[in-house]
Structures are given as C-alpha cells and as structure tokens.
Design a binder for this molecule. Structure first.
Ligand SMILES: N[C@@H](CCC(=O)N[C@@H](CS)C(=O)NCC(=O)O)C(=O)O
Length: 195
C-alpha cells in the first residue's frame, strides 16, 4: 500500500497512525500543501485534491475515515472494538471528530511550535465540555479495551488542546495525557515534522 500524506496535515497523521495500528506495509509519500503548482501535483494522487489518500493496487481511498474503515477490514478488525455495540459507539466518536469541533479547529490551528493560550469563548467552551465528556469515557489509557482508531483520531485533538493551554481535568485529563504520551502518537509527531 501507499499512503499519501501532506505537510502539517493532521488528517494524514491520523491515517498514518491507523496504518501502524493495522500493521500493514505502507510506503509513505509526502506532498507539499503549499507552493507553486502543489495542487496539480496532489491531483496526480488524490481525486479530491486532499490528503490523506491510501492506495492499494488500483484502489484509491481518499478521506481519513474511509481509510480507517478500510484498514480495519484489512487487519481483521484491529482498529475497532470487537463488541458490536462498542464498535457502533466507536464509529459515532470517529464521525463526531471527523465532522465536528470546528471552533477548536479554527481557533487552534495545528502547529508544530508552541502557541499562546487561546481565549475561551462560549462556543469553544461548549466544544471543550463535549470533549471532556468524551474523554471521561476512556478506560485506562485508551477509549476501549485496546488501542484503536478512536485513540488515533482523538490524539491529535488532545495534543492541540495541550499546545493551546487547555489541560482537561479528572479522568478526561488522564486520557488527554495518555494520548499525548502514547508512543504511537509521538511517532506520528516525528513523522509530520518530516512531511
Ligand atoms: N475530510 C478529509 C479532510 C482532508 C483535508 O482537509 N486535508 C487537508 C490537509 S489536513 C488537505 O489536503 N488540504 C489540501 C490543501 O491544503 O490544499 C479527511 O478526513 O481526509
């Protein structure tokens, strides 16, 4: 397989972590997401002109959520819980992250540097309350019994909150710290610096 990733792309980090969780052999191809003609270059690999894209033979899977689902199927279900009810909850959490948290995303743009703490307005607070609720459900260092796609998807958010000075409390804080200290996330962080 080939995974097409982009410079400073958090969706690419998530997909990359999923390839590791699935244990698949994967060549990583990194694309610049700025500069002259970068969109033309990207369009050679990506029908949506977005990253990440997973290429498996003739099959081209664009979008991180679809990539996570495909890798789960390729790995005999390693990325999602075995129990079907838990799996449905996991999919809800993945979908919620994928389409939500727009305030946090726009107020706290991804950065590899340090950042000034962000001023918390009511819209950001509402999302933080929801993140706290979600993170409080984690059992041990992971959301479910074993590390999976949900942890990979939320690790970037956990780190983004830390970078912008938002440390959650109680069990939510424990999960936030577990995610940012997770060796797989630390590897993803090293990866993105090279993309
Ligand atoms: N919903 C997509 C979002 C992908 C996306 O927005 N990717 C950004 C980078 S994180 C991108 O490719 N941007 C292209 C550009 O900046 O031109 C996914 O989950 O894969």
């Amino acid at each position: 397989m080939k995974l097409i990733v982009g410079s400073q792309s958090t969706w690419s980090m998530r997909a990359w972590m999923c390839t590791r969780l699935a244990g698949v052999e994967c060549e990583v191809i990194s694309m610049a997401l700025s500069g002259d003609g970068y969109r033309e270059q990207l369009a050679r690999y990506s029908p949506s002109v977005l990253v990440p894209v997973l290429v498996d033979g003739d099959l081209v899977i664009h979008d991180s959520l679809a990539i996570a689902e495909y890798l789960n199927e390729c790995s005999d279900g390693r990325l999602l819980p075995v129990d079907s009810a838990a799996r449905a909850v996991a999919r809800s959490l993945l979908a919620e992250l994928h389409s939500g948290f727009s305030q946090l995303r726009s107020s706290c743009p991804f950065t590899l540097e340090t950042a000034e703490p962000v001023a918390i307005n009511s819209a950001i607070q509402a999302e933080l309350t929801r993140v706290t609720q979600i993170f409080s459900q984690a059992t041990g260092g992971f959301m479910f019994d074993a590390p999976g796609a949900v942890d990979a998807f939320y690790a970037v958010l956990a780190s983004r909150l830390s970078i912008y000075g938002m440390s959650l409390e109680g069990r939510a804080g424990e999960y936030q710290r577990a995610l940012t200290n997770w060796p797989l996330f630390k590897s993803a962080w090293q990866q993105v610096q090279q993309w």
